[in-house]
Design a protein around this ligand. Structure first.
Ligand SMILES: Cc1ncc(COP(=O)(O)O)c(C=O)c1O
Length: 396
């Protein structure tokens, strides 16, 4: 139903997230979903989190009020320690606690983007990142990705031609592709950045979920010794490694940028829920986080291997699949001429779900691409889900 409310420009014709549209099928009995980018709930460290919640419940008078917009000192300290472990030498004052890393992104868009400003984004990319730019009225320019990350020739060309204000990327185990930008490309990317005025948002919710291969330093870590350092903004989150319901993320950036984001957060939610921040700080300080990471990465390794092996067995190489070394996703391409959206309709009949690729593109969508999450289903469900996927392909 249309109305004549005077919505702001980008909200007039706004479309919802393609992934959220799939929610209605999730409750179908027996549905196996490879669609959502959710961490597996059975792997949450319930015992550890409960202990932290119980301990914090005895000192509620200090966490039931408003807290500092920048974040609880205890959590900023704990996140500084975590950052040091990731090779990023940030002190508590360099960290802004956000309500999920997505809020960090939104604050940055408010502080940096005016309608008509150009922003670069990977193709394909995280849909909320595309949507954020659209709602901010940005001129979006996309740069394609190869199996070792963003195409640097295209990036170099886009930097020179469009003089963008920012480049948003997920270099480590991207959503949706699972791709990890190679070390060589990271270094070249930083060199390109050093010759431009572009800011780079490194969104890193999945980097800690490496389950095979060698660790590759984040762009923020690599930039510490170079001239591009001040132009990297690092976002991360506890959503994929601890629990998304905590809504705890953080930003590390130049103090001038952080300060603007604090002002933007003051008129947004004032502060992230202090109780949850206190729980997160206590949890991180128990040392259970590192142990928990081992458990989830071990499980995700098995699930990813199971999904890939079952596809190899059932479909005999007829799909192109990118084999990730971490994160939560496998990105695939159907044989020439097949469309993922059509296949999804058949797959839903078979009681299996995935996300068709086009929703991840700001432009030039690949109709044959699709995203599978291996994180949320156990191996039995993965095997059965892939079998159903094959049935849908056979019926196509
Ligand atoms: C690339 C990327 N960035 C950010 C987010 C949001 O994370 P958070 O829960 O920390 O807001 C997600 C969640 O799916 C994501 O895939």
């Amino acid at each position: 139903m249309s109305s004549d409310f005077a919505f702001a420009g980008p909200f007039k014709e706004v479309k919802g997230s393609p992934i959220r549209e799939l929610f209605k099928y999730l409750s179908r009995p027996g549905m196996i979903s490879f669609a959502g980018g959710y961490p597996a709930p059975e792997l949450f460290d319930i015992e550890g989190l409960q202990q932290s919640i119980e301990a914090e419940s005895t000192r509620l008078s200090s966490t039931l009020s408003y807290g500092a917009t920048e974040g609880l000192p205890a959590l900023r300290e704990a996140l500084a320690t975590l950052s040091a472990r990731r090779g990023i030498p940030a002190g508590p004052d360099d960290i802004l606690v956000t309500s999920g890393s997505q809020q960090g992104y939104d604050l940055l868009l408010r502080a940096l983007i005016e309608p008509g400003d150009t922003a670069l984004i990977e193709r394909p990319a995280y849909p909320a990142a595309i949507q954020g730019l659209r709602l901010a009225g940005a001129n979006i320019v996309t740069v394609s990705v190869n199996e070792d990350g963003v195409n640097l020739d295209e990036l170099s060309h886009a930097l020179q031609r469009h003089k963008p204000k920012l480049f948003y990327c997920v270099p480590t185990f991207a959503n949706p592709t699972g791709i990890c930008l190679s070390l060589e490309k990271r270094q070249k990317l930083l060199a390109l950045l050093a010759q431009s005025d572009c800011l780079l948002i490194e969104d890193d919710p999945y980097g800690a979920l490496r389950f095979s291969g060698e660790t590759i330093p984040s762009l923020m870590e690599l930039a510490q010794t170079g001239t591009a350092k001040d132009r990297i903004i690092y976002l991360s989150s506890l959503s994929k490694t601890v629990a998304p319901g905590l809504r705890i993320g953080w930003m590390i950036a130049h103090p001038d940028i952080l300060r603007r984001c604090v002002l933007a957060k003051q008129v947004n939610d004032m502060c992230s829920a202090p109780f949850m921040q206190a729980v997160a700080a206590r949890y991180l300080n128990t040392g259970r986080y590192q142990q928990h990471l081992q458990l989830i990465t071990g499980t995700y390794r098995q699930r990813a291997q199971c999904m890939l092996a079952t596809f190899d067995r059932e479909l005999d190489g007829s799909l192109q699949l990118i084999r990730p070394e971490g994160g939560m996703f496998i990105w695939g391409t159907l044989p020439q001429g097949m469309e993922a959206a059509k296949l999804l309709t058949l797959a839903i009949d078979e009681n299996v779900m995935f996300v068709p690729g086009p929703g991840f593109y700001a432009d030039h969508a690949n109709q044959g691409a699709f995203r599978l999450s291996f994180a949320t289903s156990n191996e039995e469900k993965i095997t059965e889900g892939v079998r159903r996927f094959k049935q849908a392909i056979d019926r196509y």
